[in-house]
Design a protein around this ligand. Structure first.
Ligand code: SF4
Ligand code: SF4
Length: 148
C-alpha cells in the first residue's frame, strides 16, 4: 500500500543536506595530499641522470642538457599516465606530483609542458677568476745600525 506521507521525512532531510554535487568550475576541488596530478620539475635539483626517462612507462619525459649542470624538461601530458614513477625514481627530488588536474587541451601542442633549466650560476667573481698576482718581493729590511 502506498503511503504518500512516507516520503515526507526523506524530502525534508534532503532539503537541508549538503549537495552531493560540486559547483565546479566555480568551486574548485581540493585534492588529497597524495594526489598525482601534473608532474612538476624543480630544475635546480636536476643532475641529468635521466633515471626518470629510463623508468617512465609512457615515454613521456625528455630531459635535455642546455649548459653546464643545467637541464630542461619536457613532458608530454598526452602520453603521461600520472603514475608518478618518475618522482620515485628521481634521486634528487627534482620531480614532484602536483595537484594540478586541469590538463585537457584542444590539440597535441597544448599537451606539452616545458620547464626551463635553472639560471646559470653567476660567473665567478673577477677576483676569483683573475689569476692571482705574484706577491711582490718584500723590501729588504735595513740592517740595524751597530753605532746606535
Ligand atoms: S631523475 Fe631527476 S635528477 Fe635525474 S634527470 Fe630526471 S629529473 Fe633530473
Ligand atoms: S607520471 Fe608516470 S607516465 Fe607520467 S612522466 Fe612520470 S613516469 Fe612517465
Amino acid at each position: 500500500m502506498i503511503r504518500p506521507g512516507a516520503m515526507f521525512g526523506t524530502l525534508i532531510a534532503s532539503v537541508f543536506r549538503k549537495p552531493a554535487t560540486h559547483r565546479y568550475p566555480a568551486a574548485r576541488f581540493e585534492m588529497p595530499a597524495n594526489f598525482r596530478g601534473q608532474i612538476g620539475f624543480i630544475a635546480k635539483n636536476c643532475i641529468g641522470c635521466r633515471m626518470c626517462m629510463r623508468d617512465c612507462p609512457a615515454d613521456a619525459i625528455e630531459i635535455r642538457k642546455v649548459g653546464e649542470k643545467r637541464f630542461e624538461a619536457r613532458f608530454d601530458l598526452g602520453r603521461c599516465i600520472y603514475c608518478a614513477q618518475c618522482v620515485d625514481s628521481c634521486p634528487k627530488s627534482a620531480l614532484e606530483a602536483t595537484d594540478r588536474y586541469e590538463l585537457a587541451g584542444y590539440n597535441q601542442d597544448q599537451l606539452k609542458a616545458f620547464f626551463e633549466a635553472a639560471p646559470a650560476p653567476p660567473a665567478a667573481s673577477a677576483a676569483q677568476a683573475a689569476p692571482q698576482e705574484e706577491p711582490s718581493p718584500k723590501e729588504p729590511v735595513p740592517a740595524p745600525d751597530p753605532g746606535k
